[in-house]
Design a protein around this ligand. Structure first.
Ligand SMILES: Cc1cc2nc3c(=O)[nH]c(=O)nc-3n(C[C@H](O)[C@H](O)[C@H](O)COP(=O)(O)O)c2cc1C
Length: 168
């Protein structure tokens, strides 16, 4: 057991990392039409009716204004075979979309092909919370397909052990 002060930043991150998640790339379009995308595992479902989801972006992101100005974003839930997209969109490469397979969605935002699921959203609330901006979005369109999702837990990529249900 490790019980140090909650203000030990690194240790706090380690504790948070025990909660396993999927991996998404959240895309949008900047006001100069440049395509923007960021790897994010802060995605969460919020409401079924109306359909609302959330994610958060660190305030230091150079792409913050793109998400604010556009007022829309797409959550792309990565499949196991898309681990390179996760790495690419988590690094400061100049053209993140180079070689990426995508189509334009209902509001001309990039929707990645081959994802486990995609959610095209309109921002309904933007909350300034600590060192992140929290975006709540109403889902305007979505799709999903039979793809195994990429997972992330304890600072590492992972995959579900098997398709077998847990014995419990
Ligand atoms: C698995 C994973 C999950 C991440 N989740 C988030 C997140 O939810 N929010 C965030 O702001 N950054 C997150 N990051 C870090 C960003 O992807 C990274 O800082 C990236 O460089 C941001 O792109 P930008 O610098 O173009 O804004 C995550 C990185 C990884 C590898």
């Amino acid at each position: 057991m490790n019980t140090t002060s909650p203000f030990d930043r690194l240790n706090f991150r380690k504790a948070l990392g025990c909660f396993g998640t999927g991996v998404t790339v959240v895309t949008t379009k900047a006001s100069d039409s440049r395509l923007v995308g960021v790897t994010a595992n802060s995605f969460s479902s919020v409401s079924l009716e109306p359909a609302i989801v959330l994610w958060s972006l660190q305030k230091t992101s150079p792409n913050l204004s793109a998400y604010d100005d556009c007022g829309r974003f797409v959550i792309n839930v990565l499949s196991l075979s898309q681990i390179e997209y996760s790495k690419r969109f988590a690094s400061p490469v100049p053209d993140k979309f180079n070689g990426v397979d995508y189509a334009l969605g209902i509001h001309d935002l990039p929707v990645l092909n081959g994802c486990a699921a995609t959610f095209e959203c309109r921002t309904i609330q933007r909350l300034d919370v600590g060192d992140h901006i929290l975006y709540l979005g109403e889902v305007e369109a979505y799709q999903h397909q039979n793809q195994t999702a990429l997972l992330y837990v304890q600072g590492r990529y992972a995959q579900s052990a098997s398709a077998e249900p847990h014995p419990a």
